[in-house]
Ligand binder design. Structure first.
Ligand code: NAD
Length: 286
């Protein structure tokens, strides 16, 4: 396939590299002038999108996505599928779908889970929203860049799934941090708490797979000085998107709201650039 790839940052560049490795012809564009070895470089986003079978975007936020779509949708070729893998607000995802639909293009919102490591290894999980036809067209590309793609529903369903998942993750990580910080004050070893929780009703990914305490459980950022991993500011971004979405549909998310406040304070303080599980150090400080 001829693929246009717009946004070649930490995630986009390795994803584009995997498409190249699989034998696709990739034309890339990034405002920062980043290039990917083996890919053609376009002079603009419109240039990257023109005449392609598929156009993938991997951009920082919804405002940028809308601006880029204003440029690339008019350049889109008939029969092309537009796949947005950025994490953005649900309204911007739906607006991007509408723009594509008005031009008769197929479109999918397909944010990812798995981080930079997953992007490089081709093991991302895609959460997709859009028509069955659009998803079917995008699926072979998801299979190259990832290990799993879930068709969650219509336009915006991928972003909805992503922010619900990450809101739960933010809340559960704070819960895990609180439990280990409390155990320490009670004189209970982290290893003992892990052995109990990881096989009991408190078990969850934040404990079993990504324990916020060093030397306990499978290797995690805690064992590496809290180098991300998943940076606290990216968790804050997703939590803020979850609260924006909750407001827009009058959903009650008191724990999501509190998690957002705690990560906001953490990122404004010592948390920026650290893994989101470093929240435990803040909680231990009292
Ligand atoms: P990044 O900042 O490294 O990359 C974004 C790229 O987009 C940058 O290279 C930037 O120059 C480019 N860009 C900005 N405006 C542009 C424009 N108008 N035209 C073309 N290029 C433009 O960010 P990232 O870590 O690659 O993340 C990309 C998206 O993936 C974000 O929405 C993020 O929330 C999401 N995400 C990131 C991770 C992660 O671990 N990094 C995990 C899951 C999801």
């Amino acid at each position: 396939m001829k693929i246009g790839f717009i946004g070649l940052g930490n995630m986009g560049a390795p994803m584009a590299a995997n498409l190249l490795k699989a034998g696709h012809e990739v034309t890339g564009f990034d405002v920062a002038g980043v290039t990917v070895e083996g890919a053609a470089t376009a002079s603009s986003a419109g240039d990257a999108a023109g005449g392609k079978d598929a156009v993938i975007t991997m951009l920082p936020d919804g405002a940028i996505l809308r601006k880029v779509y204003e440029e690339i949708v008019p350049a889109g070729a008939a029969g092309s599928v537009f796949i947005d893998c950025s994490t953005v607000d649900v309204d911007s995802a739906r607006a991007a779908h509408q723009m594509a639909q008005a031009k008769g293009l197929l479109s999918v919102d397909a944010p990812v889970s798995g981080g930079v490591g997953g992007a490089a290894a081709g093991t991302l999980t895609f959460m997709a929203g859009g028509s069955k036809e659009a998803f079917a067209r995008a699926e072979p590309l998801f299979d190259i860049m990832g290990k799993k793609a879930v068709h969650c529903g219509d336009a915006g369903a991928g972003q909805s799934a992503k922010i619900c998942n990450n809101m739960l993750l933010g809340i559960s990580m704070i819960g895990a941090c609180e439990a280990f910080a409390l155990a320490e004050k009670l004189g209970l070893s982290a290893q003992s708490l892990f052995d109990v929780v990881s096989t009991s009703s408190g078990s969850c990914w934040s404990v079993n797979t990504y324990c916020p305490v060093p030397g306990v459980g499978p290797e995690s950022p805690a064992d590496n000085g809290y180098k991300p991993g998943f940076a606290a500011e990216l968790m804050l971004k997703d939590l803020m998107l979850s609260q924006q979405a909750a407001d827009s549909v009058s959903a009650t998310t008191p724990m999501g709201a509190r998690a957002t406040e705690l990560y906001d304070e953490f990122v404004a303080g010592e948390g920026r650039g650290r893994d989101f599980s470093a929240m435990i150090e803040r909680l231990k400080q009292g």
